[in-house]
Write a protein that binds this ligand. Structure first.
Ligand code: GLU
Ligand code: MG
Length: 450
């Protein structure tokens, strides 16, 4: 198991013996990006469950962040909250070294007809990966996550900011080291960690992978970071804007495309993206406004989209410029060339935002969309006539509902997703109607579960 991920049940069975695993977590990500599933004795898993699977209530695909069940036209009392069947994806086995004895395998959910469940985020992403592969392009994805380390009372562990300091905050390093080790143990390639531009805010970078592995890694990353924080007497939150006057936490998504085994964006010329990269970016910008809902699915997320926060506010692209939406790394002949999409918050469901990016990008390639002029300088102060991104959940819903992107992601999924978001709008109107303020109701709702 050189990569840290067992690629077959035989490999995973060996890992169970080698690491003396007693329990396997069969994990399925829900619509909020939370891992749910069943804990199964390891012997039972390797003897049979890896093939037979397990069941889980399909209600998990229409939960809000607090497990309430907003009205939903597809999953409700009349449909009886059916069981979804979980089919283990035995090419995803991990060892959870921060909880000795435990391993984890991701599962796909199928509906009562044996088809991929239309509301399961893994199904939504798989469909978009297939679309790219049908065009001969294999997406490579990395997500970049920020989070706040907090006390058990959800206050930041520090009051000051020391961006990327190697001197300050050493008291936190024991915990951060344990996080990096736990991520490596679970097969997530850690590139590095640093203090971010917020009090107690941290960023840990993970390496690129194929799109499904990157999404699996991202939900597992969040779960591991939260669990290791608790093991060290702290809490971690991926709430996108926990404190109104401090930096938000983003999930930047980097994409490139492999064609015939090499990066199809490699042939850029001194910062000038090649044609394929231009079209890919053209697609991302074309659908950027409707994509906002996938990147900011609650009333809190859009509060991060504000000027001079390093979160983008307009539909722009540029080179090494942290004020644009799509930052393009386009060195001459570099295999590392990619597009960084910067609008999603750290609470975004990685399967869904990656699916949206792939759907938008491949549309750009198929329709030869052009991203327009390179944006240079301060895109907060001088956005010109570039379109603004939605800054409230209601606006994000309006941009997504009925959009071409919603159709690409699937009508059933998109309608269900919108109804969950509409319930969030109604709750926020009751509990925090302020568009910029972050109040205690919001923190209680999102700190722990984002
Ligand atoms: N914290 C910023 C955000 O919310 C991103 C900062 C950065 O460029 O890494 O998007
Ligand atoms: Mg950052």
């Amino acid at each position: 198991m050189t990569s840290g991920i067992s690629k077959s049940i035989d490999e995973f069975t060996s890992a169970v013996a080698e690491h003396e695993l007693h329990t396997v977590e069969l994990a399925v990500p829900d619509t909020q990006g939370h891992l749910r599933g069943k804990r199964i004795p390891a012997k039972r898993f390797v003897d049979g469950v890896h093939a037979s699977g397990a069941n889980i209530a399909d209600a998990m695909f229409v939960f809000d962040m607090q497990n309430d069940l907003p009205d939903n036209e597809f999953v409700n009392m009349d449909t009886g909250y059916l069981d979804a069947h979980l089919v283990p994806d035995n090419s995803t086995g991990r060892v959870l070294t921060h909880r000795p004895g435990y391993g984890l395998v991701f599962a796909d959910a199928v509906n009562e007809h044996g088809q991929p469940h239309p509301l399961a985020p893994r199904s939504v992403l798989a469909a978009q990966i297939e679309r790219c592969q049908a065009a001969g392009l294999d997406p490579v994805v990395a997500t970049e996550l920020e989070f706040y380390l907090c006390t058990p009372e959800w206050e930041p562990v520090q009051q000051h900011i020391q961006y990327s300091s190697l001197t300050d905050g050493l008291a936190l390093e024991t915990c951060l080291h344990a996080m990096r080790e736990a991520l490596l143990g679970a097969g997530i390639e850690v590139e590095g960690s640093n203090a971010e531009y917020g009090p107690g805010q941290i960023e840990i970078n993970a390496g690129p992978a194929d799109a499904m592995t990157a999404a699996d890694n991202t939900v597992l990353f969040k779960s591991i970071v939260k669990q290791v924080a608790v093991q060290h007497g702290m809490r971690a939150t991926f709430m996108p804007k926990p404190f109104a006057d401090q930096s938000g936490s983003g999930m930047h998504v980097h994409t490139s495309l492999q064609a015939d085994g090499s990066n199809a964006f490699a042939s850029c010329d001194h910062g000038a993206p090649n044609e394929l990269m231009r079209h890919w970016m053209g697609g991302l910008l074309e659908h950027a406004q409707s994509m906002t809902l996938l990147g900011a699915p609650t009333s809190n997320g859009p509060k991060r989209i504000r000027p001079y926060t390093f979160a983008p506010t307009h539909v722009t692209w540029g080179l090494d410029n942290r004020t644009v939406l799509a930052r393009c790394i386009a060195e001459s002949g570099s295999a590392a060339n990619r597009v960084e999409f910067r609008s999603a918050g750290a609470d975004a469901n990685p399967y869904l935002i990656i699916a949206a990016i792939l759907a938008a990008g491949i549309d750009g390639i198929e329709n030869q969309r052009d991203p327009g002029m390179l944006c240079e300088g301060d895109m907060y102060g001088n956005p010109g006539d570039h379109a603004a991104l939605p800054t409230s959940l209601a606006d994000a819903i309006a941009a997504f509902s009925g959009s071409p992107l919603a159709a690409k992601l699937g009508d059933v999924f998109s309608r269900s997703y919108v109804s969950i978001a509409q319930a969030e709008v109604a709750l926020a109107a009751e509990n925090n109607p302020e568009v910029d303020d972050v109040n205690d109701w919001e923190r209680q709702r999102f700190m722990e579960h984002c």
